[in-house]
Design a protein around this ligand. Sequence first.
Ligand SMILES: Cc1ncc(COP(=O)(O)O)c(C=O)c1O
Length: 385
Amino acid sequence: MPAIPFNVAGPLGREQRYVDEVLTAPGVIGASKYTALAEQWLEKCLGTPRVLLTPSGTAALEMTALLMDLKPGDEVIMPSFTFVSTANAFVLRGATPVFVDVRPDTLNIDDAQVAGAITDRTKAIVVVHYAGGACAMAPLRSLAERHGVDIVEDAAHALLSEYRGRPLGTIGRFGVLSFHATKNITCGEGGALILNDARDIARAEIIRDKGTDRAQFLRGDVQKYSWVEVGSSYALSELSAAFLYAQLEQAHAATERRRAICAAYRDALAPLAADGRLQLPPQIPHQRDNGHIFHLITDGPEARDALLTYLKNLGIAATFHYVPLHSSPAGARLGRVSGSMAVTDRASRCLLRLPVFASMTDSQVNQVCAAVRGFYLQATASAVS
Ligand SMILES: Cc1ncc(COP(=O)(O)O)c(C=O)c1O
């Protein structure tokens, strides 16, 4: 274990108490008490009609593909600089991912290039709010409306981030959250589907419950339940929901701590950015991120790899990020590229993520800042000598 790990996914509050209750109190597991509490917490916090907990962000993305009735031949536009599930969920329904480059500032889908990727087969634009920073939703929404296509927000990184005062995940037809162990708020494996259009709720509940109308039966709306749709098993377990609810209760405090850590990194490394040695994440007016990732972009792949090794030798676990989907074996076979991928390719070779976790101490943050500065000082000294 490095002296400063990249991430620590520990308990934030009452996880033990709530999980113990599920394990010991008769009837709690069947009543789905914590599933309901966590869903209501998210609905209230996000101001959206319905949120369904799912076993993963991946499962929630798969549900969006079912809800949009995607079929072979349909196209879905997305960035290549993302996690495999963003594409896989749609490929499972036979649709083709169409990869578009990301912007050099935010590393989010390049809104100016999306129009050029739209064809008469396009059904959706899947935007990914990288590192919890918002995509340019206003131009993307007007483009989607003009072409009659849906927007899916892959907000796996973005719980409690905002775009012009609106929570990310609530702007498109669907939003997707991840509660994987690497995320700000976690239950190990978990996710949520945000339903921003009330017309999707009844069908989404059916799809989540193996294609049955069991949710209506449990509410007393129908007298028996049966198979009514194509669906699958997309409900989160009550044990995981109990853990998750305890994390959600601490979500605002944990997010504030992460934002403070990122702000400290930004202040300490600003002089290096001003000297053109590295690029820091942008600060965009009217947007608020959630401190999910703090990343640097070095001026070349050699500097990135050397900095990673330098930090590792000091016991600091920094890491790179995505292998672009368009250049991965399955992405090259199953997807299509629209336009240049220059920014994506560069980000995959030059990006480095620094440790961020809610329990990180100020002293650990200072050590990381000193180490990054030390690396560049040493590089300057060896260039001079
Ligand atoms: C951008 C993005 N989308 C989707 C996912 C999938 O989420 P999960 O791991 O909960 O299935 C991830 C996971 O890391 C992700 O980073």
